[in-house]
Write a protein of this length. Sequence first.
Lengths: 695, 86
Amino acid sequence: MATPSQSQFFSLLKRYYSLYTGGVIGFVVMLSILEQMGVPNKILGYIFLGVTVLLYASIGILSRTSDVTEYYVAGRRVPALFNGMATAADWMSAASFIGLAGTLYLSGYEGLAFVMGWTGGYCLVALFLAPYLRKFGQFTIPDFLGTRYGGDFPRMIGVFAAILCSFTYVIAQIYGLGLIVSRFTGLDFGVGVFVGLGSILVCSFLGGMRAVTWTQVAQYVILIVAYMIPVIWLSVKHTGNPVPQIAYGYVLEKVGAREKVLNDPLTSEGASEAEVRAVFKQQQTEAEQALKALETGGESYLADEKNKLSVLIETLKSNPNADAEEIRAAEKRMAEFPVNAAAATVAWRMQAESNKVKAEPITPHAEPFAGEDEEARDKKRKNFLALVLCLMVGTAALPHILMRFYTTTSVREARQSVFWSLLFISLLYVTAPALAVLAKYDIYTLLVGSSFSELPSWVSAWAAVDKTLMSVTDINKDGIVQLAEITIGGDLIVLAMPEIAGLPYVVTALVAAGGLAAALSTADGLMLTIANALSHDLYYKIIDPKAPTHRRLAISKSLLVVVAVFAAYVTSLKPGDILFLVGAAFSLAASAFFPALVLGIFWKRANKWGAVIGMSAGLGTCMFYMYITYPFFGINAPLWWDINPISAGIFGMPVGIAGVIIGSLLTKAPSKEVQDLVDHVRYPRLAGDAEQRIP
Amino acid sequence: MQLTPKHKQYWRKNLRLTAGLLAIWFGITFGVTWFARELQAITFFGFPFPYYMAAQGALLVYVFLVGYYAYRMDKLDRENGVQEDL
């Protein structure tokens, strides 16, 4: 078969994907015509999700392969530009697409740690890893560890760490998938998880990295278009400027002015806000008092309270003039009444906490490290910087990202490809803060101060879907919406943005498809990483190095199914906070891989025992700190230097680096062959390269 | 295989470039953020300066750093005869 030259291949790809982008736009236009003709929203949602998933599946089927190089590294002929798009889609997960703008909306400057951390890490990828890994030119990250440090032991630790962080990360993706599918199709969460999973499998099962690469490029196009359209629209609506990234400085100023008014009890709006906050303060105190009484009174206090409540309901019901609303509220409280003292402690503590948050005045959006006193501010600054560092180093250590740089044609292309990746990623990350500010402005000016009798339709629609995403209650009974009366879940910002901006339903469906693309593309890359670590590194390199090609691929493909089903099972248990899972994956990767990978390239003296000690000590420290401090595990040990468990990598990284250095210096220098390998990796072309090529 | 002095010079130049870009990366990321509260009064394009840097400025610098590294290394490869295509 005649293979086309690289430049022919590149222009062919450009033509295909331009046609594809045109097709996507045409498809959206066609659906909006259908919407105008009166096709119901639900059908439009189904068509949208169905067609995009089918599309990814057909790319997957077209890219099926049984060639090892094609399966593991897409034939090493992905042009820099397209590898950049694929990496961007691989990189941007459900957390970036849906969660990020919401986090920025809710926490202002604080949330920018994610924006910086998730982009700045690419500087480390470019400077320390991508070109060298490409020159090394194998299939997986444990491959590098195994070859550079010699022996199966470093490779095994690499396999373990790669699976650990990829699995933690993939759970978060599948969770996001389930959420999107269930919300837009009305299927059950569990069913949603399996539907999403099916489409991941079709993509990666037949064609491995080759299929994943070309699907990810297609997914990038959809996700970026879906993210941009509503923001541009909102920007035009509020500023008349179609470039939101430039225009929102002006909106941010206005948001700041609104915050001042709403925080000032001397203005009429500020006074109503203060009134609502006082109610929350009152509720907080009540909850705290109940907690105290529970501590002394125990179960008997709880029984008394329950009695009082039932008496109250009786009296209300016997009174013909009683407010029906009040009876319903009391009955609801009765239905949710905690069964025992332990449950009551948990429930009431949560009540006290959530009321406390609502009773506080607004934190200005653009203020860095807001806090009561210098100590609180310092603590926030410390945690911000620690998180940024963990996310950055973690970026430069996550195997599913590093693996992508094996797929370019050359070292030169690998360097360029980091540039394209970062450019495509930054496009979304520069837009997310703009989106958060525009949405905030919209809510602060249009929703706050409006009357409860004429709420915008998106408010009631989303409140009906999920109370934690959107709810408005008239706390001070004045018929006017106060900011303190609005509860918004972070995910709402992106999902409801088209409706907030007043766009047709098609755009909402497009955004859902974009979120789906983001979650699918990342999950694809992660699953492949896990399956490859098991099939290539564990089975082929360690258990049976003589295994024929077809058996290696068969094993890889069946493992993919096993991993997928297992991941879906774990996800259906809903093991916790998405953002924490994602952050944990970064800290784990940063502690386990970064020291051994970078020192392996830049320090010839680093040897096997250094790598073994550094990787296990770094990973161990990180896991230990998470285990003792993250509430999920129930130990709640005091924090070290006030660092939150999400940034556990801040302790794992230095331990890892120290481990590699000390371990290496205590044992003898690596062999001549290994040192030659390091030289081979450092120079794009070097005499003797051919001997270094391992089949 | 023996490395020529030219090879060693190439690697030294690469290390120097890497260190320089890394220093900029560090200053922009951690330097500016550390002093965020002190810099809050400065406005830039209508944004408070530290907010602008974290939300946009730093990202543009990162893109530039990575792009410059790719361009500079490509040139360095050719000057020292280690480029892949002859």
